[in-house]
Design a protein around this ligand. Structure first.
Ligand code: PSU
Ligand code: MN
Length: 304
């Protein structure tokens, strides 16, 4: 066992018994949503996973350990504390060795899930190729990690703060299958549409589980990105978000926001300027991803 890995008793038992486990990230709690809705959402997402017969494993860093499976008190702490690092792969050795408190991004969560032996991970939105990346070179480490770590990622597609077309190109370059659940078009987080056709489509959890088994048994390294469209009732039309996204990008440029601050800045700006509508959509889509991701995890655990 890795000396920097601590798995909760409940998750350890589930893994030992071959029960479905679903990994969850913590950056979304500490840096993606305001308190107290972030903690409420984290707890309700864990409940959605349990209702499907799987065990939730929220992942974060504390006390010099990569932690898999957090208590309700720990979730509360990650939602409230001001000193929580946003930890992608680059920051992991620093935050662990300095015994700091860190919330893990998609990239870092995938890596720790793989260390723990959890093959399915549910999130809201992934990082990707930013608009203007030709100049900024701002490409999330989520994408490189997805090319090499064998943990499936369930998300609501790619948020249009990013360049969706370039992100899909980058995923293709890295050999990452992108499968949209139940429709032909790739979704863009708040909206079920993006203007891009999904490279692949599957319509049920067992087909997705079979594809995961097949990919990894073929010896193909890396993730499968499962894009699960936001439920229609909570969808915000793409055109409506576009003005807010443009304003957020302009504000980020004006304030010279760079590096790891870019994504949290954009998310917060949009949340502050959409009267909470975007937050409600965000919560709904994460819960829906947890539902579909848990069904995939259960189907995966039942196939050999
Ligand atoms: N997109 C969202 N919500 C989020 C994130 C992205 O809609 O909370 C977070 C995730 O943790 C993701 C990270 O892994 O931001 C990407 O950050 P960066 O672009 O700095 O790699
Ligand atoms: Mn970046």
């Amino acid at each position: 066992m890795n000396p920097y890995l601590t798995i909760s008793a409940e998750v350890q038992t589930a893994l030992k018994n071959g029960q479905a486990v679903v990994a969850l990230e913590s950056t979304i709690i500490s840096h993606g949503m305001p308190y107290p809705r972030n903690v409420e959402t984290a707890l309700s997402v864990e409940q959605v996973v349990r209702d499907q017969g799987a065990i939730p494993a929220t992942i974060a860093i504390m006390d010099g350990q990569c932690r898999v499976g957090l208590s309700a008190d720990e979730l509360e702490y990650f939602g409230k504390a001001a000193n929580v690092w946003k930890v992608s792969l680059r920051d992991m050795p620093y935050v662990v060795s300095q015994k700091l408190v860190g919330a893990t991004t998609v990239a870092a969560t995938m890596r720790i899930a793989a260390m723990a032996g959890i093959p399915i991970f549910v999130t809201g939105g992934i990082g990707g190729v930013h608009r203007g990346a030709a100049n900024s070179m701002d490409i999330s480490a989520d994408l490189t990690e997805m090319g090499q770590t064998n943990v499936a990622v369930v998300s609501a597609g790619v948020k249009s703060i990013l360049d969706i077309g370039l992100t899909l190109e980058y995923l293709e370059t890295k050999g990452i299958p992108v499968v949209t659940y139940g429709q032909d078009e790739f979704p863009s987080f708040y909206s079920r549409k993006s203007g891009f056709k999904s490279p692949l489509r599957l319509d049920n959890a067992s087909d997705i589980a079979a594809m995961l088994h097949t990919k990894w048994k073929l010896g193909l390294e890396g993730t499968v990105l499962i894009a699960n469209p936001v439920p229609p009732e909570q969808e915000i039309e793409a055109g409506e978000m576009e003005a807010h996204i443009n304003a957020a990008l302009e504000a980020a440029a004006r304030q010279k926001i760079s590096g790891k601050e870019v994504t949290p800045f954009l998310l917060q700006y949009i949340a502050n300027h959409t009267k909470g509508e975007s937050l409600e959509a965000n919560i709904a889509l994460i819960r829906h991803n947890a539902l579909v991701g848990s069904q995939i995890a259960v189907a995966y655990s039942q196939t050999v």
